[in-house]
Ligand binder design. Sequence first.
Ligand code: SF4
Length: 439
Amino acid sequence: MARSVAINPPKMCQPMGAILAYMGVHGCVPLVHGSQGCSTYPRYNIARHFRESAEVAVSSLAEDAAVYGGAKNLTEAIKNVKSRINPAIIGICTTCMSETIGDDVRLISKNALAPGDAVKIIPASTPSYVGTHLTGYDNAMKALVETLAVKDKPNYKINIITGIINPGDIREIKKILRIMNVKSIFLSDISETLDSPILPGVHKPLLPDGGTEASEIADSANSLGTISICRTASSAATYLRNKFNVPTVLDPAPIGVANTDRFVQNISSLSGAVIPDEIKKERGRLIDSMVDVHHYMFGRKVAIFGDPDLVSAIVRFCAEAGMDPTVAMTATKHKDFAPDIKEVNAEYKTDTQILEGTDLYEFHEAVKTYGAELILGNSKGKDLADDEGVPLVRFGFPVYDRVGVYRYPILGYNGSIYLLDQMTNAILGHKYDPNKLHQ
Ligand code: SF4
């Protein structure tokens, strides 16, 4: 039935994603050019998910800005951020209001700087009436490389565009690169900025340590290639290819056996590095873990929702593990989502229903029709999982009703083992209602 309303869409607006991209840059303060709530709600989500405070500035637009424009507020905001925090970079993202007003953010921010000001300003256009948080991430990342990347001598590194993944995932990808002895530039890197340690005798700085340096982003123009872990975050890779001839690899997220094989092979092909035994052993442990739980997981119905790259990769992994992925849903449309899942259906003789650009109401209806003994998604799936009497294994963003999810990887061979163990233990530990369809 056609509906003209969205009910519980599991997506957020563009500034949310842009802020996460900026927070992975060393010494960068995100500045939201919009109303108070446009920064409060992303900060709230970041604080709940990562259990870290987030320094996000806002130009605090009100009614007068809707009439006279937001130039005065943005100029004041830039000056305040400079004098109070003195960051290396201010990453500006626009909002519904500033886009509708039509503020020339580039010009306003240029005029706000005094001669000799060292701070770099990155303006990204992130109107929230198009796209989702993933579009915002992509736009901010593209703005960062467009503003900063400069051609110089080859650096023999690989650029990794992470997309919206967790600090634990980034550390896992770094570990794989370390084992393969491949140098890298992460675009960007929240592994420390949003998971910072408390060290003895050291006060947490106002701006967290870690993150990718502006100089590294500048150097991304000189790399051997760019791998985008999430294909929704590919614009910066395309820009680097078109402007600086940096080869681009856009493949599925490295979750499960086949997708992680492709990722490792891509690193090897771009860098010339051989795949060491340590990586082969990790792969072998993943296969072993799948064999270990096969009798628990074979034929188990699983329904998955979340961001498209992670969902389609998890669908493939579930099929590899002998499970029956019944429903795959994403609120963010992406051209590769349906083809990815159709490919899994053809290869594994599964019949996964594909829901794209929709909401959790439709996902719930599909779960009732096609069944699920397990649901995978973020915390927004809790109520429907409870309604269906099945466990929810949490992944993605935001996860606010469990602690520590951001710390553990689900990417790479090791992360896939962790994800499989979570799924298996959720099923083993759950008491199912024998009258429900999922049985
Ligand atoms: S949807 Fe628009 S108004 Fe609402 S928080 Fe996002 S940018 Fe602000």
